[in-house]
Design a protein around this ligand. Structure first.
Ligand code: NAG
Length: 290
């Protein structure tokens, strides 16, 4: 659906050693790619490694993280979110490096009362600084079925895509003095937790514990990604399609850009780049470059 265009194939490839021996995580199992890291049994891998679920009750949430760190990749995961009255719950799914100047690429799904829409919150941190929130409603009910949430992270773009429809495109504008996540390897994390002090209508709607446990499910993880190992990134062989595209040089072509504008026009509910009140000294610099 999203056709992505090929530019500058050669650029930056050179800095990577393509150790083509390492074959990456395609259609692997959750046992192979992830560890449940907290929640005392509330996170589970079942169906022979094909399904992972997290749950939350009054005592605790739960979470998992990838075994590998990655430096660039096209990372797809299917999620099915907490159904029914999920107000107060947050399902976070993100990439993050470590330390005070960390980079981070975030999806957070803010639950809601039955029948009221989830908010999909996104953010990009570079060098420890975020404040780049964009929030969306979805064009489907994310609790009924699994949908694919993707992060395309290459040296020029961080693109958030839902079922292959692009929501936002954080571009590499280092030439204009704006930082871009490209030196710190990141791990994949996810957690389900209680955030009823802020998540739903700004904290007005509290978690209804009589509905607990709350459960979110994950399947079909697919990472076409460079795995960080011993100080360098080992990329899988780039599979170039008939149009000459691969994830490492993908960017949005005009059709995809039009789809992204459609999403932003119809489903975006918050954009830091238009929040003049929040930035009285002027909007962040990337907001003024197109
Ligand atoms: C929940 O639904 C209400 C009513 O439609 C909406 O105002 C709010 O933004 C929704 N999302 C959250 C996370 O509160």
């Amino acid at each position: 659906m999203t056709s992505l265009k090929n530019t500058n194939k050669l650029s930056l490839l050179l800095i990577f050693s393509c150790s083509c021996l390492l074959s990456i995580a395609n259609a692997g199992s959750f046992y192979q790619d992830f560890d449940i890291t907290w929640g005392d049994g509330r996170g589970k891998i079942v169906n022979n490694g094909q399904l992972l679920s997290l749950s939350l009750d009054k005592t605790s949430g739960s979470g998992f993280q990838s075994k590998h760190e990655y430096l660039f990749g096209k990372i797809d995961m299917q999620l099915k979110l907490v159904p029914g009255n999920s107000a107060g719950t947050v399902t976070a799914y993100y990439l993050s490096s470590q330390g005070p100047t960390h980079d981070e690429i975030d999806y957070e799904f803010l639950g809601n009362l039955s029948g009221d829409p989830y908010t999909l919150h996104t953010n990009v941190f570079t060098q420890g600084k975020g404040n780049r929130e964009m929030q969306f409603k979805l064009w489907f009910d994310p609790t009924k079925d699994f949908h694919t949430y993707s992060i395309l992270w290459n040296p020029r773009h961080v693109i958030f895509m839902v079922d292959n429809v692009p929501l936002r495109d954080y571009k590499n504008l280092e030439a204009k003095g704006i930082s871009f996540p490209k030196n710190q390897p990141m791990r994949i994390y996810s957690s389900l937790w209680n955030a009823d002090d802020w998540a739903t209508r700004g904290g007005l709607v509290k978690t209804d514990w009589s509905q607990a446990p709350f459960t979110a499910s994950y399947r079909n993880f697919n990472a076409n990604a460079c795995v960080w190992s011993l100080g360098s990134a080992k990329c899988p062989p780039l599979q170039t399609n008939v149009a000459g595209d691969n994830w490492f040089n993908q960017e949005l072509d005009s059709t995809s850009q039009a789809r992204m504008r459609w999403v932003q026009r119809n489903y975006m509910v918050y954009n830091y780049c238009t929040d003049g009140k929040r930035f009285p000294q002027g909007l962040p610099p990337e907001c003024n470059i197109h």
